[in-house]
Design a protein around this ligand. Structure first.
Ligand SMILES: [Fe+2]
Length: 365
């Protein structure tokens, strides 16, 4: 079996980081050591075609998504060559993985325990239990497999600033994952109540049944996920045709990937210029702290997104502050710059579609 390399910072490297640490977090220093491309900012145009680099530690080719100028969550994209596998790893941070393309299998195990194996294909979504060993295999001899992961690595690395502790820690979280539960990754899951689902594996999030959430817009549909006892919150949100989610803001940390449909995103800081980004499958938006953002679907098809939200137990709201803070940050339609909905109405009509008109006076509902 091949093992990870580069998982210990040498005393000389540690000295180097300490000398620079007034301006460089341990997490960002680790990104330098990983020596693969790092994407920053608030928008990724297309994660399917993102340029990757050889990744000595993990095998395969990869790139980090270190978006929205924050040190809480991050992501990465990794591609496994046809017929190949990645090196096994374990780590003291949460990780949720979405399969962008290809098919394959993952093995997960605890020290001395049996290995559970589950298979995945494009659209699958699963969580790796905290500090469990895991290894990914490409199931195709002719096609690469491309995965996207969302993690809490920045928090863990900055907190302990010791790679040996984070990546070689023998502690076993038996309460989170017992390999004797052989259907851990294959059980269907169960509802946790309104718009919440507990599971460790979803075969295809692109067709997962969602529940109505009219407060988020006419015809909006939604589902939150609780996975592997993780504290990494995530959800799927679907905008129905010719609607938008009104502008809101919250703490940074979320990465929102477009699964299907298309549209556009408006992002801006208070009193700052509005920036527009085009949304299509594979686009990722990641608003910064306090950055207003608005998802718009001026098309005849639904726009489905998966939000790797991070922060807080999965049933609760985005980032710091929980759902109440999240909702209180909504911009009521009657306080919105009329240019925002005029632009949206014009986009719909240019496609020959009649938009759902936004209520003149209404809060979040
Ligand atoms: Fe948001």
């Amino acid at each position: 079996m091949r093992f990870n390399t580069l998982i210990i910072v040498t005393p000389l490297q540690y000295k180097d980081w300490r000398a620079r640490s007034i301006k460089l977090s341990f997490y960002d220093y680790w990104l330098e050591l990983e020596n693969i491309p790092v994407y920053r900012g608030n928008f990724i145009e297309d994660v399917y075609t993102l340029q990757l680099g050889d990744w000595p530690r993990l095998g395969g080719r990869g790139a980090y998504l270190s978006l929205a100028n924050q040190q809480v969550t991050n992501g990465y994209v990794v591609e496994i060559s046809p017929g190949a596998d990645l090196k096994p790893e374990r780590h003291l941070f949460e990780k949720i993985t979405y399969v962008l393309s290809g098919n394959g299998a993952t093995q997960v195990w605890q020290d001395g325990g049996k290995r559970l194996t589950f298979e995945w294909q494009a659209g699958s979504f699963f969580a790796i239990p905290l500090n469990a060993h895991h290894q990914h295999f490409n199931g195709s001899g002719s096609q690469p497999a491309r995965l996207m992961a969302a993690t809490t690595a920045p928090e863990a690395l900055n907190q302990y600033h010791n790679l040996d502790f984070v990546f070689n820690n023998p502690f076993v979280f038996k309460d989170r994952f017992d390999p004797e539960q052989s259907d851990f990754f294959t059980a269907e899951g169960h509802s946790w109540g309104t718009r919440s689902w507990e599971t460790n594996f979803v075969a295809d999030v692109r067709s997962f049944e969602l529940e109505a959430w009219e407060a988020k817009g006419a015809g909006a549909r939604h589902m939150r996920f609780v996975m592997a006892d993780s504290v990494y919150g995530c959800h799927i949100h679907e905008l129905s045709p010719v609607t938008y989610v009104q502008a809101h803001r919250h703490a940074a940390g979320a990465m929102i990937l477009v699964l299907s449909g298309s549209g556009y995103e408006i992002m801006y800081m208070k009193d700052g210029p509005r920036q527009r980004f085009e949304l299509k499958p594979g686009a990722i938006i990641s608003p910064g702290t306090g950055m207003y953002h608005l998802h718009a679907n001026p098309n005849a098809e639904p726009l489905r997104q998966i939000a790797f939200r991070g922060g807080g137990f999965s049933l609760y709201g985005a980032g710091v502050g929980g759902p109440e803070a999240h909702m209180s940050e909504l911009v009521p339609y009657d306080q919105e710059d009329p240019a925002v909905h005029e632009e949206f109405y014009a986009e719909c009509r240019s496609r020959g579609l009649e938009p759902v008109l936004m209520p003149i006076k209404q809060g979040p509902g």
